[in-house]
Design a protein around this ligand. Structure first.
Ligand code: SAM
Length: 327
């Protein structure tokens, strides 16, 4: 069991398969990354991911999320998903949806039932301006393909003021006839993403806006849920808000992260990284490092800021960019 000093049990591991992505959303993948950022980078092999995952599973991990960068751009992504499927865990994935059509059978073989697809807008032009790539139709088609194949589909929407807050009601309308689960995510600060508090459209603002048109009902949350879940009566789907900035959910946190270069992070906002991959390559036991990393976890938000997000100075936060952590 991986317990920290606040008695939180850690049984959920998020593994980044790559820090590369085929989209260019600047809030995640800063434009001013150095040109040679990806060149020569050390990355965990499929074998190494498998070995490291097995140590976590032996310590009680029950859920593994595959993420990135864009996990499905990695050439051996199918092999990795199938290898991880042998563990007694709930295996899930977060993707931008562009290559999903090529992975349907692999997802089924790997026993993956729940897929998070990121889509910040329902407008094609706006999607191009956010992602700087023309993939909107393919992503929409692939969401439909997932639904036709009975996957549980969550749609991740990063809400930013004056960017897509005007589409919140359109996303709710989408849940009327489709069995999709929209998750509005508050905009978070990371290296180079030009975060400032005026761009955050908060949990309260989201609910207040939805209440102008819909009556919604709160659903019961599980202990470790990051999302506060709701449904509108008569709608097939649901919606949720991930209030990382205005109402963080650190007290029930059970998550650990492994970056594609094999560093363990005990929090999305932590600047404490433990080099698991080098230890593995040197033939050392990685378990004491994993335990120490969990034990060192701060009480909230990586110890870097507080929920008074309006006072947060993003320039003082020491962290990687989101694409390089693995969201
Ligand atoms: N490429 C995959 C995708 O698009 O879902 C997986 C990686 S992406 C980093 C994971 C999630 O993090 C996406 O839903 C993305 O929108 C979200 N994300 C990235 N930067 C963020 C930020 N600054 N604040 C909130 N969410 C962010």
């Amino acid at each position: 069991m991986l317990k920290d000093s606040f008695d939180r049990n850690h049984d959920y591991l998020r593994i980044s398969l790559t820090d590369k992505c085929n989209l260019r959303c600047t809030y995640c993948n800063p434009i001013d990354l150095p040109k040679d950022f990806f060149a020569g980078a050390v990355r965990m092999s499929a074998d190494e991911i498998d070995k490291i995952a097995s140590v976590f599973v032996n310590e009680g991990v029950k859920k593994i999320r595959i993420t990135g960068g864009e996990p499905l751009v990695r050439k051996d992504a199918k092999d990795i998903l199938l290898r991880l499927s042998k563990y007694p865990v709930e295996l899930v994935i977060t993707t931008n949806g562009v290559f999903v059509h090529d992975f349907i059978e692999t997802f089924k073989q790997a026993g993956i039932h729940s897929i998070n697809v990121s889509l910040d807008t329902l407008k094609k032009d706006k999607n191009f301006s956010i992602t700087q790539r023309n993939e909107f139709d393919r992503v929409k088609d692939n969401i439909n393909l997932l639904l036709q194949n009975n996957f549980h589909v969550k749609i991740n929407v990063v809400v930013m003021k004056n960017m897509n807050d005007d589409e919140i009601l359109d996303f709710i309308a989408w849940t009327k006839d489709e069995n999709i689960h929209v998750r509005f995510i508050e905009f978070m600060p990371f290296e180079g993403n030009k975060w400032d508090n005026t761009k955050v459209f908060s949990f309260k603002e989201i609910l207040d806006l939805i209440a102008t048109k819909y009556n919604y009902i709160k659903l019961i949350n599980e202990k470790n849920d990051t999302a506060k879940k709701y449904f509108v009566s008569g709608h097939k789907g649901t919606f949720a808000v991930i209030s990382s900035m205005s109402e963080p959910f650190c007290s029930g946190c059970n998550r650990m992260r492994l970056t594609t270069d094999g560093k363990m992070k005990n929090c999305l906002f932590s600047n404490n990284e433990v080099d698991i991959l080098s230890a593995l390559r040197n033939g050392n036991d990685i378990l004491p490092l994993i335990k120490q990393c969990v034990a060192d976890k701060e009480k909230a938000l990586g110890g870097q800021f507080t929920s008074a997000y309006k006072k947060t100075d993003a320039t003082k936060i020491n962290n990687r960019s989101m694409i390089n952590i693995g969201g």
